[in-house]
Each structure stands twice: as C-alpha cells, then as structure tokens.
Ligand binder design. Structure first.
Ligand SMILES: Cc1cc2nc3c(=O)[nH]c(=O)nc-3n(C[C@H](O)[C@H](O)[C@H](O)COP(=O)(O)OP(=O)(O)OC[C@H]3O[C@@H](n4cnc5c(N)ncnc54)[C@H](O)[C@@H]3O)c2cc1C
Length: 409
C-alpha cells in the first residue's frame, strides 16, 4: 500500500508541469473564443489527443496512480486553463468511469478505446443518467430497458437530459430502469454503440457557463442494443436484483448500490479538483491585479480589505485541495468513505470556487465585470460545480445522513 505523503513524487511533478504547460499554452489562449462560440472545441481536443492528454492511456495512468492524486492533479491543471474546454477534454472520462465502475474487463477493453478514438479521428463519449423529472431524485428515472430474450437484445426507451456530449458522442452510456418496483436499486447501465438506430440528440442547451462544453438532451426511441452491452453482464444483474428484492421483501436497507451512484461516488472528488482549478485561476488573476492596480497612490493590495480577502481565498483553495486529495487517497487505498469524505470534498471545493471567483470580480472592480478579463467567465463557469454530479444540497444530505445514520430529508 502506498504511504500517505503530501509530497508529490518526481513522476507526478513532471506530469503536473506538462499539463500546466498545455493548459497555459493551448487551453487558456483559446478559452474566450470557445466560450463565445458555445461549441465543442474539436481542434483543442485534437491537440490534446496529439500530445497524449486526450487518450485512454493517459486517463488510465492517472486513474490507477496508487496514491490517488493522479486524477485530481490532472483535473486541477486542465481546469485552471479553462473549465469549458477542459470539460470537453475530460467529459469522456465520466462515461469511461461508468464503464470502469460497472463493466466487465472485456467491456472495458472494447468500449473505452472507442470512446476516445485516436489522434487523427478523435471521438467523445457521454454518460446519460439525468432526466427531466429525475435530476437529484434519481429514483424517479423513467427510461426503461426491456430484455428481448429471443434476440438477446435490450430495448431502451426514454429521454435523457443535461448529457455532456449527448448526441455528439461515439459511445453513450445510458442508465435505465430494468425493475421499476425496486426504485433506484432497479437501474442498470448500458452501452449504446456508435450509430445505433433510435438514438438522437434533442435540444442543445445554451448555458450560463462552461459554454465550450456541449450539453444536450438524448432521445431513445426503441433503441436495440445487444445483450453484451449491459454493463457487468446479465448474470451479475440478475443476482443484484435478486438481492435487492430479498432486502425489499424483508423491509431491509439500502445496501445495494445503484449503477449511477457507483459512477458518481468515484467521480465526486474529481469534480472537487476541477473546482479547485477554476478557483486557483481566478485567485491568481486577482492577486496579480491587486499588486499592480494603483488607487490613492498605492497598489490596492496595500489595503487590508483587499489583502485579507486574498488571504482567505488562498486559505480556502488550499483547504479544498486537501479535502479533495484526502478523498482521492482514501478511494485509491481502499478506505471506506465513513463520513462521506467524497461528498465533503466536492461540497467544499465547489462552494469555494463560487465564492472565490465572485471575490476575484470584486477585486478587479469594473474590469472584473467585463469580458476583457477572464474572472467574469471563471465565475460563470464556477456555478456548475455546485450543481452537477449532485448539487450542494444533495452533498449535505449525503454527509448528514452518513454522520447521523438518520433518514434526514
Ligand atoms: C452543464 C451540465 C452538465 C451536466 N452533465 C450531465 C451528464 O453528463 N450526465 C448526467 O446524467 N447529468 C448531467 N447533468 C445533470 C446534473 O447532474 C443535474 O442537473 C443535477 O443532478 C441536478 O438535477 P436537476 O437539475 O434536475 O435539479 P433538481 O434535482 O430539480 O434540483 C433543484 C434544486 O432543488 C434542490 N433539491 C432537490 N432535492 C432536494 C432535497 N432532497 N433536499 C434539499 N434540496 C433539494 C437542489 O439542490 C437544487 O437546488 C448536467 C447538468 C448540467 C447543468
């Protein structure tokens, strides 16, 4: 087992510096353009693929870093560059984690490479769980998957919403209800392979922030996928459903994890790290500005009112990073999240990003409010972190339930 240390090893430092260089030289200069265009920045994704940042190999290397710090470090650096572009680069990872968390080795080997494509022909993937009536309340999901035994095919029907890369993805991972009586315990995840008939993109959303990242509805009309597209396989699903039915019959608990939750648990600290990246970016701009902007004959940082804000901003960013690193280290070293440490890290980091980016606008004054300076965009981008992958209210609910053991509502 890897020993706990806050010192990054030489390999980690090298990767961090390499990613930082890409974020500074390629992502940051393109940020404003793609925010205005509100389109997927394919040339930047392609550039990331060429240097090896947008690839299964890179993702797997960071994912399996025994200290757990590979993914949070990568997220922080890329999102420091720009959140919308970075999400376009790492959005495929959410679908990949869906397969890693629930799929067999064969499924992992077959589908994850198709999610990324290659440097000459990049592809993206989408993870589709949310629905118009099932956001925080995953148990209200309506998309159905019905098994056609004669053909060994699953038939999917329903409408997914808010899917990052939805409709433009090569591979879609879709969570659907297979047993409505079991609520969220009756869900399963399916691969929808490229060019499958019946899957189409619905509305593409115009957003407040992370506008370079594509977010859309995904409509599933009699989508037929082969039996081997059920993640984890039929035998495992049947066993899991049988256990859930037994528990339900005996009035027993919540112990069987549902498919979407398994994906979210693995990805929450990573979202916290994204938030740390955006917060750090805004803090750095504000610190530079405060040292160079002169009013009343002295730099504005000479005022405690500004300097103390910067001190608080930096303290909160560092605290957020430590929570993210703790949760990531715990997950990588097989420690149970007994106090919902993953949710804690996401809650604190996302709220910090919202607060810090707002403070950065204030420190830049009128300039902060314009699109001439990046903190306005960073503040719009930061708003997503308290919403997706479980809102702040839902994180608090998870933490409070875990700490108290009570069914807090
Ligand atoms: C840009 C973007 C990208 C996204 N990408 C994806 C994706 O790739 N795949 C995917 O499946 N989904 C994705 N989502 C969906 C996202 O996960 C949901 O928006 C989120 O889970 C919240 O669901 P909702 O929007 O339906 O809000 P609701 O659940 O309707 O919540 C509305 C408000 O009520 C609060 N609330 C709800 N229930 C409770 C409660 N019990 N106690 C206290 N407060 C409560 C919430 O915290 C929130 O403030 C994305 C969303 C966005 C905006």
């Amino acid at each position: 087992m890897a020993e706990f240390t806050l010192d990054l090893n030489d390999d980690q430092k090298q990767v961090r510096d390499w990613l930082h260089g890409f974020a500074a030289d390629v992502i940051r200069p393109a940020a404003s353009e793609w925010d205005e265009r509100e389109e997927t920045p394919w040339p930047v994704i392609q550039e990331a693929a060429k240097v090896g940042i947008y690839s299964l190999d890179f993702y797997a290397q960071q994912f399996f870093d025994p200290t757990g710090l590979g993914i949070p470090m990568a997220m922080e650096e890329l999102f420091w560059g720009d959140a919308g572009i970075a999400l376009s680069i790492v959005g495929t990872g959410l679908a990949a984690v869906g397969v890693l968390a629930n799929g067999t080795e064969e499924q992992i080997g077959t589908w994850i490479p198709q999610m990324y494509g290659d440097a000459n022909d990049v592809k993206v993937a989408a993870f589709c769980s949310s629905e118009p009536d099932a956001g925080s309340d995953v148990g209200s999901m309506r998309t159905r998957a019905v098994y056609d035994q004669a053909k060994d095919e699953w038939v999917l029907n329903g409408t997914k919403t808010w899917a990052t890369n939805g409709g433009i993805a090569n591979v879609h991972v879709v969570v659907a209800v297979v047993d409505a009586e079991l609520g969220s315990k009756g869900h399963a995840s399916f691969i929808v392979p490229p060019d499958t008939a019946g899957l189409s993109q619905g509305q593409k959303f115009k957003k407040h922030g992370i506008r370079a990242s594509h977010t859309a509805e995904v409509v599933l009309e009699d989508v037929r996928v082969p039996g081997h597209c059920l993640l984890g396989g039929k035998e495992k699903l049947d066993q899991r459903l049988a256990r859930a039915r037994e528990r339900a019959a005996s009035g027993g608990g919540e112990r069987v994890k549902n498919a979407a939750m398994a994906t979210f648990e693995a990805s929450r600290p990573a979202v916290g790290a994204m938030a740390v990246g955006t917060a750090r970016a805004a803090y750095e701009v504000a610190l530079d500005y405060a040292k160079t902007r002169t009013q009343f004959g002295r730099p504005i940082i000479d005022n405690q009112g500004i300097a103390f804000q910067l001190a608080d901003m930096r303290t909160q960013i560092d605290a957020a990073r430590l929570l993210v690193w703790r949760a990531s280290w715990m997950a990588a070293t097989g420690k149970q999240f007994e106090s919902a440490e993953g949710s804690m890290s996401k809650l604190y980091a996302s709220e910090t990003a919202k607060k810090v980016t707002a403070q950065a606008i204030q420190i830049l004054g009128g300039n902060g409010f314009t699109r001439e300076y990046p903190v306005e965009r960073m503040h719009r981008d930061a708003a997503i972190y308290t919403i997706f992958e479980g809102t702040s209210e839902i994180q608090r609910l998870v933490i409070a339930r875990t700490l108290s053991g009570m069914p807090i509502r």
